[in-house]
Design a protein around this ligand. Structure first.
Ligand code: MV4
Length: 447
């Protein structure tokens, strides 16, 4: 087991990882920017190292400073959290070259999944169902027209170096195709320095369903069920739940089994998320994330398993603590992302939190790095906390969520709490009847 873990992140996820380390008796080091000297993760860690000025590129993304902080403190492993360097293959490779364990998959696995064409090719080879489309990059307009005609319009052009919604264009008919290709290519070239694009059938009303997987790096793979993350705005998830209200136990076991086998065959190590679009009873792979995700607590709630413990165990060579048959699903969980933003326009609202009071009671979890009197710096993402509610079934979970939202107090800044108070009272949400476009339509209609 590791003696000392350096946490290369901030905010609620830095605290989340700190808590896991404490439970496992592992010493903790955090790094921070000058803007985060008063942050909770700095207060709670055994040691802290200031690694630079506020901008992320000079601090939380500065690989050399982080490696230096490991050497100075004698950390033997790094947990990257999510965002920042968590899916940076070069960072994983550099740490390995310094004999420091990256708590995550190998640089090569990160690289494969970072290239969306390579990721899709790999998924297909491993028996994961993918969206019909081009076999790889499309370079000629003629070839694009032939593929689009074969799969049928509408089609979507995606950047291989994109992902998470960046660099996509929809073509409704052949008349749109050339322009869509040109724009997608030039935008991808400008944004990512790689203009490779591919074509897929455009699914019009899918849900976003993702499967939590784990590999032990030695040929074992398991799944921890799925999460439904269809409620998004501009590709930012807002509300996530497990299990998906749209799946039955048979569908869950089937797609989970397919994913677990793929992870085993890939020799993957650590936590991963296989993202699908789900429409008319069919799953279509879109991307794989090679990190711990923001919404992992809903999976922890329904399985009772600490996923950060599992990450640390696997990275230290101890293997997974569970076999597939030990992973059982209990009840229903929902996560609301509480952002320091206007609940209607989503304009960031940094500033001082004058009063912070979190709900409690059975089935309530709040993961947050803020406190009363804390000043939110303007340099980073606006997530200030996550409310995760668990109940024996979805109805109980929703009742408890409504109650928890009523107890939650965040004064001094605007937050997305009022949006969630509206959503819990909405009939479509109560029925689990929503797709990836539901939230944007709801916000546009203003009801
Ligand atoms: C799609 C799609 C429809 N058809 N691919 C957006 C994020 C990126 N991960 C993939 N995305 C989409 N890919 C095909 N073939 C629609 C989206 C999409 C979306 C997906 C998940 C959650 C929210 C979304 C919002 C708009 C578009």
């Amino acid at each position: 087991m590791f003696q000392k873990i350096l946490i290369a992140n901030r905010g609620e996820i830095a605290l989340r990882v700190l808590r896991a380390c404490k439970e496992l008796g592992i010493q903790t080091v955090v790094v921070h920017s000058t803007a985060d000297a008063d942050a909770m993760h700095v207060r709670l860690a055994d040691e802290s190292v200031c690694i630079g000025p506020p901008p992320s590129r000079d601090s939380y993304l500065n690989i050399h400073q982080i490696v230096a902080a490991c050497e100075i403190t004698g950390a033997d492993a790094v947990h990257p959290g999510y965002g920042f360097l968590s899916e940076n293959a070069k960072f994983a490779d550099i740490l390995a070259a310094h004999n420091i364990t990256f708590i995550g998959p190998t640089g090569d696995h990160i690289r494969i999944m970072g290239d969306k064409i390579e990721a899709k090719r790999t998924a297909k080879r491993l028996g994961i169902p993918v969206v019909p489309g081009s076999d790889g990059a499309v370079t000629e307009d003629k070839e694009a027209k032939r593929i689009a005609a074969a799969i049928g319009y509408p089609v979507i052009i995606k950047a291989s170096a994109g992902g998470g919604g960046r660099g996509m264009k929809v073509a409704r008919s052949e008349a749109d195709l050339e322009v869509a290709l040109q724009t997608a290519r030039s935008e991808a070239g400008a944004a990512f320095g790689d203009d490779a694009v591919y074509i897929e059938k455009y699914l019009q009303k899918p849900r976003h369903i993702e499967v939590q997987v784990f590999g032990d790096g030695a040929g074992r793979g398991v799944h921890f069920g799925e999460r439904d993350c269809s409620l998004q705005r501009r590709h930012q998830k807002v509300w996530e739940e497990a299990p998906s209200p749209a799946l039955n136990a048979e569908e869950r076991a089937h797609i989970g089994g397919v994913c677990a086998r793929a992870i085993a065959d890939l020799g993957y190590s650590g936590a991963g998320t296989i993202e699908f679009l789900y429409e008319d009873g069919q799953f279509y792979f879109i991307e794989m994330n090679t990190r711990l995700q923001v919404e992992h607590p809903v999976t922890e709630a329904i399985t009772g398993i600490d996923l950060v413990h599992e990450q640390i165990r696997v990275a230290s060579g101890g293997g997974l603590s569970v076999r597939q048959e030990d992973i059982r699903f209990h009840g229903h969980a929902i996560e609301c992302r509480i952002n320091a933003e206007d609940p209607r326009t989503f304009t960031p609202s940094p500033g001082t939190i004058t009063h912070f009071h979190t709900p409690g009671g059975l089935g309530i979890r709040v993961d947050s790095g803020v406190y009363s009197g804390y000043k939110i710096p303007p340099y980073y993402d606006s997530l200030i906390g996550k409310l995760i509610v668990h109940g024996r079934n979805r109805v109980e979970c929703m009742m408890r969520l409504r109650r928890a939202l009523d107890e939650f107090v965040v004064d001094g800044i605007k937050t997305t709490l009022p949006l969630f108070r509206d959503l819990v009272g909405n009939a479509d949400i109560a029925n689990g009847d929503y797709d990836i476009h539901w939230l944007e339509k709801y916000l546009a209609e203003g009801d």
